[in-house]
Design a protein around this ligand. Sequence first.
Ligand SMILES: C[S@@+](CC[C@H](N)C(=O)[O-])C[C@H]1O[C@@H](n2cnc3c(N)ncnc32)[C@H](O)[C@@H]1O
Length: 250
Amino acid sequence: MQARRKRRGSAGFPKLDLMCCSAPKFTVRKYRFAEGQEEHEREHPKSVLVVLIPEVLDPQYGMHVWPCAVVLAQYVWFHRRLVFEKTILELGAGVSLPGIVAARCGAEIILSDNAALPQCLDNCHRSCQMNNLSGVLVTGLTWGQISPALLALPPVDIILASDVFFEPEDFEDVISTVHYLMEKNPCSQFWTTHQVRSADWSVQGLLYKWEMESIFVPLQSFEANKEQLADSPLPGRHTIEMMVITKVTM
Ligand SMILES: C[S@@+](CC[C@H](N)C(=O)[O-])C[C@H]1O[C@@H](n2cnc3c(N)ncnc32)[C@H](O)[C@@H]1O
């Protein structure tokens, strides 16, 4: 195991690129979001955000950051003035990079993952702890289920989800959960990224059925058209798309 470095960075985090926690199977990765060019950063040092995400060395979904998450986190960072003081729910959060970035940008966040996967909910808690975020609501929300946890949610302004459209058989469950949330919160927006894994997969028909509409947001419009974001090797060469989905208004 690599030794932990003890120096502290300017944001109060341990100064490290990669370190191992006491439980050896977790690796903490640093994601660094910065505004504009390096020269601008030197003049405005506050326009940099560093978050730490503990990832589990496990190929399962929800245990590490997926390429889509870095792109959605970059969207949140780029639009950080829009998320400030908003209530934001992340669905299928896994290790929760976009939600953690939102929280560090001043949002009130709620993190959720499959109610049947407590290890994913543990990951949400761990990411909060690692970024000194206390009092974050972490809740089990299984897509397509109207559960007591879903009914108990406070009003939300923005719903986040990265890489939740990876199994076509689950697409409608995701959309129906978002539809339920939009019925309760008619002005809310759903910000989501997905990886293009098959040209045949689309949610457009389901959005029409559930009376929602989408706008595809070009990655270059929020400086995400790169193979490496936030000082990480992600998203790599994966094709990622970003959509903002809203309820159709009559
Ligand atoms: C591909 S991973 C993406 C994780 C994270 N959003 C990211 O992009 O790094 C899919 C996530 O959806 C969660 N998930 C899968 N099926 C689910 C379901 N039926 N209800 C709620 N969450 C689910 C998984 O536990 C996992 O965290």
